[in-house]
Design a protein around this ligand. Structure first.
Ligand code: FES
Length: 96
């Protein structure tokens, strides 16, 4: 069964696409027909921040400027640089 990356806002499913572990969450969103906010595409500005709800999204050993440990613990991921691993549900909003 193909793993899916699903994008939600609250309980509303906005779109989904097959998981490609070599593609970023931002690329997955585009494949799902969504336009997520982004700016630098390098992990610096934080404007592409989403919230991981279910599943695994790689976290680099050295966090980029747009993330810190507290945000990561709250589920924050940067869609422009981070890639999903298997089935993943993401809220398109940053952690509250
Ligand atoms: S677009 Fe700036 S951190 Fe992702």
């Amino acid at each position: 069964m193909t793993a899916l990356v699903r994008f939600l806002r609250g309980a509303t499913l906005l779109g989904q696409t097959p998981c490609d572990p070599a593609a970023t969450l931002l690329e997955h969103a585009e494949r799902a027909g969504l336009s997520l906010a982004y700016n630098c595409t390098s992990g610096t500005c934080g404007s592409c921040m989403v919230t991981l709800l279910i599943g695994e999204v790689e976290v680099p050993d050295v966090l980029p400027p747009g993330l810190d440990d507290v945000l990561v613990d709250d589920g924050a991921r940067l869609a422009c640089i981070q890639c999903p691993k298997g089935d993943v549900d993401v809220d398109v909003r940053p952690p509250l």
